[in-house]
Design a binder for this molecule. Structure first.
Ligand code: 7PJ
Length: 263
């Protein structure tokens, strides 16, 4: 899964696809074409920055950022467009514009989100987050991080199924970096099998995240090797989808892993 940020303030590639403060559809399409050439199977379009400390975005702003880009991608390319949103209105508008998947860092907790997602009939990724982006990294706290994240994802999946979303449409994600210390993140990755055992495909996003910076002492533009190491580890521990910025390099790394385990 390749990341396409259409926010002006992403932590890892801040505003790269913007022109005069507005998302440029042409720049977005060029970036999508590149990621598809490099081997991405899914493009994840996000119009709300959820980096630590980020301010919430208005609904109109998010719709203006996301919908034209989703429409342009689905018209031009044969790929699955995932939409990184927590807003029921954005989910419905994105589905109408051709999106093939929903990705919610708030696991459909916003009022109306489960009903909207059910109405679209699309697959949906439920992610765990402790707190809200503005404050989530201030004092993450767990008694047992693996059990709490796993229990939360199970209960959100149950709520979705009760609301009419087919079990086969659900994916889960521990939400690396979302209200978690370095130790919490490392424990979740090491014990990813606990989530895999819930029997939903597991999606992980580790690309360029601060845990790499903290373990290795690297700035955000020096985290490629660390991101690749974690991508291979996540694959080895059973992740089905790996959300990344550096598609070509990740495809190489994970392809070698696949080649080795085939023998
Ligand atoms: C994730 C995400 C993640 C899912 C972001 C970033 C921050 N969606 N959206 N999982 N991270 N499902 O790209 O570093 O880890 S935004």
């Amino acid at each position: 899964m390749g990341v396409l940020n259409v926010t002006p303030d992403s932590f890892s590639d801040g505003g790269a696809l913007h022109q005069h403060g507005k998302p440029s559809v042409d720049k977005a399409l060029a970036r999508v074409e590149q990621m598809l050439d490099e081997g991405a199977a899914i493009i994840d379009v996000g119009g709300e920055s959820t980096r630590p400390g980020a301010e919430p975005v208005s609904l109109t702003e998010e719709l203006d950022r996301v919908v034209p880009v989703v429409e342009a991608i689905t018209q031009r390319f044969e790929t699955i467009v995932s939409v990184d949103t927590s807003s029921p209105d954005v989910m419905l508008a994105a589905a109408a514009a051709g999106a093939g998947m929903l990705n919610d860092v708030r696991a459909l907790e916003r009022p109306g989100a489960i009903a909207a997602a059910a109405k679209t009939g699309l697959p949906v990724c439920l992610m765990h987050m402790q707190g809200q982006p503005k404050t989530m990294q201030q004092s993450p706290n767990y008694h047992s991080v693996v059990n709490e994240v796993s229990g939360y994802l199970q209960s959100r999946a149950d709520a979705c199924i009760a609301a009419g979303i087919d079990r086969s449409r659900l994916l889960i994600d521990p939400g690396f970096g979302f209200g978690k210390s370095v130790e919490h993140n490392l424990g979740l990755l090491n014990h990813l099998s606990v989530l895999v055992e819930l029997d939903y495909p597991v999606l992980v996003g580790l690309s360029r995240k601060s845990l790499i910076g903290k373990v290795l002492g690297r700035d955000v533009d020096q985290r490629l090797a660390g991101s690749l190491a974690l991508a291979v580890l996540a694959a080895e521990r059973g992740a089905s989808i790996i959300r990344v910025h550096d598609v070509a390099e990740t495809v190489d790394a994970v392809s070698l892993y696949s080649a080795v385990i085939a023998h």
